[in-house]
Write a protein that binds this ligand. Structure first.
Ligand SMILES: C[S@@+](CC[C@H](N)C(=O)[O-])C[C@H]1O[C@@H](n2cnc3c(N)ncnc32)[C@H](O)[C@@H]1O
Length: 256
């Protein structure tokens, strides 16, 4: 039986995302700087999107191999285009982080994940799925939306359409620490920080909302006209062309 809309990962527009993903790429560069590597490891990019952060990882570590994993076929296609010059150093996997991953146990040395984990509903299951392919002693370095993320957008969503506020899990650092411990991680650090982001008003902001924030909402609507009306309603309900991002930072090591 097919899953109900909104309960499984939606497909993205990988080409447009690649063009508008400057905020996520900037944050991803910082997160990547927290990943200590010799340079010859196999790294899983969990939610690689169109590969802009993955590309930085591959450029920085010329001997590394990367598993570029994402649930969205369109994103993986965009990543394949962007990362083609790295040839066999990259393996592409279309898979859902909400389910056990199609990777061998202890087959990756480190996991990088940027701007993705809040799209997975069940974080208890998620960290178990990430722990399974990570070798003992391997590092998880991640950042995603955390408690309080996009509060004004969620407030606007509550009064638009059927009031569905989204598929996201915006977890606290404390709950995330508990979940990581339960999944077999140690040396855990989790914290929140604010990343307010301003956009050019009008179509640039609407395009960003449509492509990055509202994909799961728009998938539930029947026609292009309904989808555009929904984007317009969200943009109009916000006080400014601005998104109050709150990021949850995660550092952890797979216990031996
Ligand atoms: C905002 S993008 C971030 C992409 C990239 N890491 C970056 O920083 O640009 C979020 C990504 O998470 C992916 N994603 C969402 N839910 C997922 C899931 N359950 N399993 C795997 N990937 C998922 C989406 O397909 C999308 O590519």
């Amino acid at each position: 039986m097919a899953d109900a809309p909104g309960t499984r990962p939606h497909d993205w527009d990988g080409t447009t995302y690649d063009r508008v993903a400057d905020p996520m790429t900037r944050w991803g560069t910082n997160v990547l700087g927290r990943l200590p590597l010799r340079g010859d490891e196999t790294v899983l990019d969990a939610g690689c999107g169109s590969g802009r952060v993955t590309e930085q990882l591959l450029d920085r570590l010329p001997e590394s191999r990367v598993i570029a994993l994402d649930a969205s076929p369109s994103m993986v296609a965009a990543a394949r285009d962007r990362l083609a010059r790295f040839g066999a150093r990259v393996t592409y996997v279309v898979a859902d982080l909400g389910r056990p991953l199609p990777l061998e146990p202890a087959s990756v040395d480190a996991i990088l994940s940027t701007a993705t984990l809040h799209w997975v509903r069940d974080h208890d299951a998620l960290f178990g799925h990430l722990a399974a392919p990570l070798r003992p002693g391997g590092r998880l370095v991640a950042q995603c939306g955390g408690a309080g993320n996009i509060a004004a957008v969620q407030h606007a969503l509550a009064s638009i359409g059927d009031g569905w506020t989204g598929p996201w899990t915006f977890a606290t650092p404390e709950d995330t620490r508990t979940r990581l411990e339960a999944a077999g991680f140690t040396d855990i650090e989790t914290w929140l920080h604010d990343e307010p982001e301003r956009f050019e008003p009008g179509e640039p902001f609407r395009e960003y909302l449509r492509t990055v924030v509202l994909g799961a909402h728009l998938e539930r609507l029947g026609s292009d006209a309904e989808r555009e009306a929904f984007v317009d309603a969200v943009a109009a309900a916000l006080p400014a062309a601005e998104i109050g991002y709150v990021r949850l930072n995660i550092l952890a090591t797979r216990a031996g």
